[in-house]
Design a protein around this ligand. Structure first.
Ligand code: ZN
Length: 54
C-alpha cells in the first residue's frame, strides 16, 4: 500500500499548483479541497486533516 500512497502524494504535489494557476487564470475564487470541498485547500489539510483524502 506504500506505493499507491506515494503515488497519491506525488499526484497531489502536481495538482496543487495546477489548481492555483487555474484559479488565477479563470478567476475562480474558491480553491477548496478537491476531496471534501469544505476547507480551503492547503497541503496540511490534504495530508493530515482531510478525512476524505485517505
Ligand atoms: Zn478535504
Amino acid at each position: 500500500m506504500n506505493g499507491s500512497r506515494l503515488y497519491c502524494a506525488e499526484l497531489l504535489q502536481i495538482l496543487l499548483p495546477l489548481r492555483s494557476i487555474l484559479a488565477a487564470r479563470f478567476q475562480i475564487n474558491e480553491v477548496s479541497c478537491p476531496f471534501c470541498n469544505q476547507v480551503p485547500e492547503t497541503a496540511t489539510h490534504l495530508f493530515f486533516t482531510c478525512h476524505l483524502a485517505k
